[in-house]
Design a protein around this ligand. Structure first.
Ligand SMILES: Cc1ncc(COP(=O)(O)O)c(C=O)c1O
Length: 344
């Protein structure tokens, strides 16, 4: 099981009862990164440390789920059903929240049951969630049903009557308001905000969180080969939240840094993460935050930003996923991430 948080961890603030969840705003630190690599470029890089919310319910997970949980609390649901792959940070965080709030949770896992359970699946089962493996074809079928708006009637789902359905990655309309709160926590104005995109829900939330007249550009880094589906998702989410994308085109998604696809890595990515960790002690993981910072550093090197620019990068957590990258040259960082939550 992933280590329990220490008493110093911000988790001590996560409300113990569900009624209080909507009012809980983590207000995580915004820390200037002291990295000698940045000095010649005269760029100030601030990391919004949402990874410090909790070691499991970390980063954008809490932000994306809080209003869905508040909806669960104020309605008469019998439980929650949600989706993800065998290394899903979303399901890992949701299982931890469901355990905390004693919510029956059903997880639908993409693909056959693996011969050896991933660390994440073991944790999810240990947290008390029900786990159902479905073929990739059936999983895609569910995804398509969700897009058509009739997932609840799907043969794989309909047995969980009166359950709140939360799609893969926590990509709900509710998520946007939770994510937008990140920006109300700082009064600093940035030239750019960088973040990772999986479903791009977090990007959509930040987009609505910025004031209309803001000069800040949100730059999402696609963590997977997504074609233009991420752009379509953002446009759909913004529209569903009453925002015209023509009015709110404060964002762009860069698709050049997926390193071959979702959760794929290359030696130069791992080298970059290792170097960054050695210089600054900042822990990233290769699926999302490592790729995002790699892209940002590449953009800085390419001269995208003028000297004096101020940039924020959202550390969206996910460090529990590092356990899938053992013995690839980043063990020191993995070991450090594993000790972070342990009470000394
Ligand atoms: C650690 C981490 N960062 C970023 C993301 C991407 O977030 P989104 O799916 O909202 O684009 C995810 C996935 O939810 C994640 O687990």
């Amino acid at each position: 099981m992933y280590p329990a948080p220490s008493v110093n961890w911000l988790v001590v603030m996560i409300p113990e009862t569900l009624e209080k969840i909507a009012d809980f705003k983590p207000n995580t630190p915004l820390l200037k990164l002291d990295d000698s690599w940045l000095e010649p470029y005269d760029i100030s890089l601030y990391i919004k440390r949402d990874d410090l919310i909790d070691n499991i319910i970390s980063g954008n997970k809490f932000r994306k789920l809080k209003y869905s949980l508040s909806q669960y609390e104020s309605s008469n649901y019998a439980g929650i059903v949600s989706f993800g792959g065998p290394w899903s940070n979303h399901l890992h965080a949701l299982a931890s929240l469901a355990k905390l709030y004693k919510i029956p949770l059903v997880t639908i896992i993409r693909g056959e049951k693996p011969p050896v359970l991933s660390d994440m699946l073991s944790d999810i089962i240990e947290a008390g969630a029900e786990v159902h493996y479905v073929s990739r074809v059936d999983y895609k079928d569910c995804r398509d049903a969700l897009e058509r708006g009739n997932l609840k009637q799907h043969s794989l789902i309909k047995q969980w009557k009166n359950y709140l359905v939360i799609p893969e990655g926590g990509a709900t309309n509710n998520a946007l308001a939770g994510v937008a709160e990140i920006l109300t926590e700082n009064d600093q104005v940035f030239d750019a905000i960088y973040l990772a995109c999986g479903t791009a829900t977090t990007l959509a939330g930040l987009s609505i969180g910025l004031p209309n007249n803001s000069v800040t550009k949100i730059i999402g880094i696609a963590a997977l080969k997504a074609g233009n589906s991420l752009e379509h998702s953002v446009q759909r989410l913004l529209k569903e939240n009453g925002v015209l994308t023509s009015e709110q085109k404060n964002w762009v998604i860069d698709h050049q840094f997926h390193f071959g696809g979702f959760a794929k890595v290359k030696p130069e990515l791992l080298e970059f993460m290792k170097g960054l960790f050695e210089r600054t002690q900042l822990i990233t993981e290769p699926v999302y935050t490592g790729k995002t910072l790699y892209a940002l550093y590449h953009h800085i090197e390419e001269g995208y930003f003028t000297p004096g620019s101020q940039i924020m990068m959202l550390h969206s957590g996910g460090l529990q996923g590092l356990r899938g990258y053992k013995d690839m040259g980043i063990n020191e960082m993995i070991n450090k991430s594993m000790t972070l939550g342990v009470t000394s």
